[in-house]
Write a protein that binds this ligand. Structure first.
Ligand code: KPL
Length: 299
């Protein structure tokens, strides 16, 4: 069994390290950057609870070195999905590969729909925590459930195959559940990110601090409620009280620097477009106005 992880960021590296612990399992990174791929080839360091483990993972920027894959985990940012999948096409073995896409926000859903892929992509939503210390060294930041599912109807045979993939991931220490309403989970995570990420940048603070700042707390609630109204208009089932849920995530990840604030601090492009921006775009299609999210995007 061969798994290829596309994108050696925090989540991709965590998946690679966990899967590489399974003996007889062949784990690869496909990295667009040949120099980085060269440095990643051979070993990956995983830190869990202060202990370090060295895992054998191969890496290449050339799909021809890798050959066809049984499982592909797409762990690049939403804006890089189309290019990354185009580069990865030689890895797909007709109908027998499974592709799972793990992106924040909802921007990737439209991109995936427009790409004519040889296989039906699976959408993944995870609450596993991971921090990239440096390329090739990842820290496990907390166990969480991963949910995977197809967006549309697929034949029973494909559902059953996805069930075996979920078992395989679970055996590798990545608890995974197949669901038939993955869009609900994508939106539930979107609302949390809508309420937290941009505000941690505006207030330059860890997630938990948003709860101690009355202005931030008010903006969090308003942004999430706008998101909930769009979800409802689209017929998506999100929890009745997404504001409490978002506040609970702030409390549970109080010391965490959100991925958006990390991007800003490292001078990287943020995912505001895939999160609040993509929400605004959906609202516009529905003729809805979201002043708070517009303000967050335009700041
Ligand atoms: O997903 C996150 C992110 O930072 O992108 C949260 C849940 C806000 C945790 O930091």
């Amino acid at each position: 069994m061969k798994t290829v992880i596309i994108g050696p960021g925090a989540l991709g590296s965590l998946f690679a390290a966990q899967l590489a612990a399974l003996e007889t399992h062949d784990v690869w990174f496909l990295d667009h950057d040949p120099e980085r791929a060269k440095s990643l080839n051979g070993k990956l360091l995983l830190t869990i609870g202060g202990q370090e483990f060295c895992r054998k993972v191969s890496a290449s920027a050339n799909p021809a070195d890798i050959g066809s894959a049984d499982l592909l985990l797409l762990c690049v940012k939403s804006r890089n999905v189309a290019v990354a999948l185009n580069d990865a096409l030689p890895l797909f073995s007709s109908s027998s590969s499974t592709l799972i896409c793990f992106q924040n926000g909802i921007g990737h859903l439209d991109i995936l729909e427009k790409l004519k892929l040889p296989i039906e992509p699976v959408i993944g939503v995870t609450s596993m925590g991971a921090t990239l210390i440096e390329p090739g060294h990842v820290c496990h930041g907390g166990q969480g459930l991963t949910r995977i599912g197809f967006l549309g109807q697929v034949p029973l045979e494909k559902q059953q195959k996805l069930g075996s993939v979920a078992e395989f991931l679970t055996d590798a220490g990545l608890p995974t559940q197949c669901v038939d309403n993955i869009l609900d989970f994508v939106w539930a995570k979107l609302l949390v990110n809508v309420g937290i990420n941009a505000l941690t940048v505006i207030f330059n603070c860890p997630n938990g601090e948003l709860l101690n700042n009355p202005e931030a707390k008010k903006m969090l609630a308003a942004a999430v409620l706008e998101g909930q109204s769009v979800a409802k208009a689209l017929g998506i089932n999100v929890t009745e009280d997404p504001v409490s849920q978002t506040r609970a995530v702030c409390a549970a990840t109080a010391g965490n620097i959100s991925s958006m604030l990390q991007d800003v601090r490292r001078g990287r492009q943020t995912e505001i477009g895939a999160i609040n921006g993509a929400l605004l775009a959906k609202a516009e299609e529905l003729g809805m106005n979201l002043p708070v999210n517009r303000d967050l995007v335009e700041r």
